[in-house]
Design a binder for this molecule. Structure first.
Ligand code: SAM
Length: 221
């Protein structure tokens, strides 16, 4: 296992992470994240979480935020939750498959529950129709969430609730992954399960110049 991890980190130095994901299995990706906080993860360099949190904040007046039930999918070390907490959100849960990342989030005491699991078709079925808002920042990447995960976001969200997704705008790694996620989103809209409230491109998403972010808001019908 240690050798495997060393291999993964060696790979990171040699190859930009953008190209790394498609070379790793789902389990290896999570092992990579498990080690990430220990290897000097610079949270200040990550911009997606603030963009995602600001988008959620824009949807709810400050007078109601403390009652809004939020699920942060692929919450990582809790950066989205930190921004939300500073802005009055209280009822927040996190889900992430990486123990290492979840442990960092737990230390911050932001989330009521930290569910350490892969997001699947069966995730949190006891919480169907429970959340007012699902947020996912930087998790729609090749080898991370399945492109059809969006349909399970809908089952977990109350009618009229929101789904906020911030993801890379280009398909850099993983053949057709972004296209496939967008196709799934469109299919669900055609089926009348949700409607797209807005889609915008953020040039602030990454410190790497050629990566833009896609900021999507949906409302569950
Ligand atoms: C790039 S990090 C983003 C973390 C956080 N949302 C942020 O913006 O700082 C991606 C996170 O997704 C988690 N992850 C990847 N695939 C996952 C899956 N299939 N189910 C649950 N979590 C997953 C990883 O463990 C990692 O913490």
């Amino acid at each position: 296992m240690a050798n495997n991890r060393n291999h993964i980190f060696h790979l990171t130095e040699e190859v930009d992470r953008r190209e790394m994901w498609e070379k790793l299995s789902r389990q290896e990706i999570i092992e990579y994240y498990d080690e990430w906080p220990k290897h000097g993860y610079d949270e200040t360099n990550v911009r997606g979480p603030k963009i995602a949190a600001d988008t959620v904040i824009s949807l709810y007046d400050s007078s109601v935020r403390s009652k809004v039930k939020v699920l942060d999918v692929g919450a990582g070390t809790g950066l989205v939750g930190e921004h939300l907490k500073r802005n009055g959100f209280v009822e927040m849960d996190a889900l992430d498959a990486s123990e290492g990342m979840m442990n960092e989030a737990r230390k911050k005491k932001i989330y009521r529950n930290c569910f350490k699991e892969f997001f699947t078709a069966d995730s949190l079925i006891h919480l169907n129709d429970y959340y007012d808002c699902i947020v996912a920042a930087g998790v729609f990447l090749a080898g991370h969430l399945e492109p059809d995960s969006v349909s399970h976001f809908i089952r977990l969200t109350k009618k009229d609730g929101h789904v906020v997704i911030v993801m890379r705008g280009q398909c850099i790694s993983g053949q057709g992954y972004v296209e496939s996620v967008l196709e799934n989103m469109e299919k669900l809209e055609k089926k009348g399960q949700w409607k797209k409230v807005s889609q915008s491109v953020s040039n602030e998403f990454s410190y790497i110049k050629d990566i833009t972010g896609l900021v999507l808001i949906f409302q569950v019908l």
